[in-house]
Design a protein around this ligand. Sequence first.
Ligand SMILES: O=C(O)[C@H](CS(=O)(=O)O)OP(=O)(O)O
Ligand SMILES: [Mg+2]
Length: 218
Amino acid sequence: MNVNIVDGRKEKIFDGSTKVLIDIFRSTTTIPLILYRGAKYVIPVRTITETRKLKNKNQDYITSGERFGLKIPGFNFENSPYSIMNADLSGKIVLFTSTNGIKVLFKLIKYPGDIYISSFINLTATYNAIKDNENISLVVSNRPDGKSDEDYIYAEMLKSRLEGNEVNIDDYINKIINSHGAKRLKIMGAGHDIDYSIKVDMYNYPVIYRDGKIITKN
Ligand SMILES: O=C(O)[C@H](CS(=O)(=O)O)OP(=O)(O)O
Ligand SMILES: [Mg+2]
């Protein structure tokens, strides 16, 4: 098995490897939780304008997302695990756009190979789904102006586990809690999202991108 941690900001020619998108704060935490809260599926959308156009075509769509961490006026939800965990999304279709994670996702879909959306929320389900694959790219979303240490912490843990090492998840959780990313969330007034980002295996399914949708892989 060959497992690489890759900077999602760089335009890398992703071969046919299995790709795991990682954006702990907060897209790949929020998206599995949207499915956990009953949504049929998530439609990733590049821009706010496109999201609004889709919503205008179908008022039943739910809108969720942010730009630079801030809620988008008129959207139903931010990109907040906390707010999603308190929502009933049964049977809903959720439009989702975000600053980093979705931007990287649209790069990955240009290349062959499965794409998993992963975080602590569906850690074990993701691990079990990919552990027998030969080539795995752990794609960390980062941020336009720098690295997201929380993404690397998760990627290093998953890499270590895939390479057959025993990992103490609590050690990694502590690193997340004390990460620069966590400090940023607190400064943004979103500290309550940290707790919801470390709820290990809340969702027992892998989550994948397929044909324009992000779905639960049953
Ligand atoms: O909403 C978030 O936490 C981030 C935006 S920023 O990095 O805080 O500006 O978006 P994401 O795409 O989830 O990294
Ligand atoms: Mg992020």
